[in-house]
Write a protein that binds this ligand. Structure first.
Ligand code: PHE
Length: 355
């Protein structure tokens, strides 16, 4: 170990200068620390110099000490300089990464999106307007008389029972025309607008009406206690079931494209005679094309015409009602009713695409 203990100014200078060279090239603080450990830490010429110089004869001590001091100072200066520089670089890198560009355009007023149901109802209304029909809108809180009696529901008809109808406690109808005396219900369908339109607009009548209806259904994937219907009623001289079928097919094509068709199955509604369930031919149905129930329809029951003061000998008409949610589910392949009622704007925004 004697060789190591010898004071070799040239070797020490070379080692320290090599270290300083490495310091100048260091690219980060970690590397810099490693260099310091190697060239100034335990085992380095610099670190050992004090001990060796201490043992030198007095005449050599001074020059050796001065050299060692100078090399230590050079190394320290180079190190300090580089350390500062690297710290600064690191700081600017961090700041750059954290930088927020205040000039980027931001959406300060996030825009909502119209609900697909509202848009669908507008499409449906446009369809009727394009045929020259009028659009009506009846009240959601409706006289039982309009919701049931005027539509030829017998007093004991099961649909009046509590399980279907929201009765509104203690309320009495107060119609614009002064009509008082009927209990109020949340309308269970848009059909009361048949009677309202007949009474307020007279014949000939071509009216469509979209709106909310209410039934005491539980909310599940395909039912909600509040849903939307579109009602259509036409009363004129010489209207037949062929007019009904033609109108339905046209609406189906307007909603679902050129392949759409409808078919009627005999059914019963108090306010139409004959009555039918209406199915829609749906080419995109999961598991292959097929018929899907879309609504109810029929020829306006003469009793409904009579309760509105229209002569059934002279006038006839047809009416139909279709579910709007159902139409939307079919049109857009939505599987869960919850999406329609939850009010998440992201759901609605999907329908804004491409507009
Ligand atoms: N109002 C009926 C329903 O809600 C549908 C319907 C409307 C049937 C018009 C015939 C005529 O089920």
């Amino acid at each position: 170990m004697v060789a190591q203990e010898e004071f070799d100014p040239a070797a020490m200078t070379d080692e320290v200068n090599e270290g300083i060279g490495r310091i100048r090239e260091a690219s980060d603080l970690e590397e810099l620390k490693a260099i310091k450990a190697k060239y100034a830490g335990t085992g380095s010429a610099l670190a050992g110099s004090g001990r060796i110089i201490g043992r030198l004869p007095a005449d050599q001590k001074k020059t050796a000490g001065r050299l060692a001091g100078k090399l230590k100072a050079d190394f320290g200066r180079a190190y300090g300089l580089k350390e500062r520089q690297l710290r600064q670089e690191e700081e600017s890198r961090r700041l750059a990464a954290e930088q927020v560009d205040m000039t980027l355009p931001v959406n300060r007023r996030p825009q909502g999106a119209r609900h697909p149901l509202s848009k669908l109802m507008e499409d449906v209304e446009d369809f009727f307007v394009s045929m020259g029909w009028s659009i009506a809108q009846g009240p959601e809180l409706e006289a039982e008389w309009y919701n049931f009696d005027a539509l030829n529901f017998g007093p004991d008809h099961p649909a009046r029972q509590m399980q279907d109808t929201f009765y509104v406690k203690g309320s009495q109808a107060r119609d614009a025309a002064g009509f008082v005396g009927s209990n109020m219900v949340m309308r269970t369908h848009t059909s009361p607008d048949q009677a309202r339109s007949l009474i307020t607009r007279g014949v000939p009548l071509y009216v469509a009406c979209t709106g909310r209806v209410f039934r005491t259904d539980e909310l599940d994937a395909t039912h909600t206690p509040v849903f939307h219907q579109c009602e259509a009623i036409a009363v004129d001289e010489h209207l037949t079931m062929a007019d009904l079928k033609g109108t339905l097919d046209k609406l189906a094509v307007a909603m679902f494209g050129p392949e759409a068709r409808t078919r009627l199955r005999p059914s019963y509604f108090p306010f139409t005679e004959p009555s039918a369930e209406m199915d829609l031919w749906f080419p995109d149905k999961k598991g292959g094309p097929g018929w899907i129930e879309w609504g109810g329809c029929g020829m306006v029951n003469p009793n409904v015409l009579r309760s509105a003061g229209v002569d059934p000998q002279r006038y006839s008409g047809f009416a139909f009602g279709v579910g709007m949610e159902r139409t939307l589910l079919l049109r857009h392949d939505i599987n869960d009713m919850h999406d329609l009622v939850e009010g998440d704007v992201r759901f609605s925004q999907q329908f804004e695409m491409g507009e």
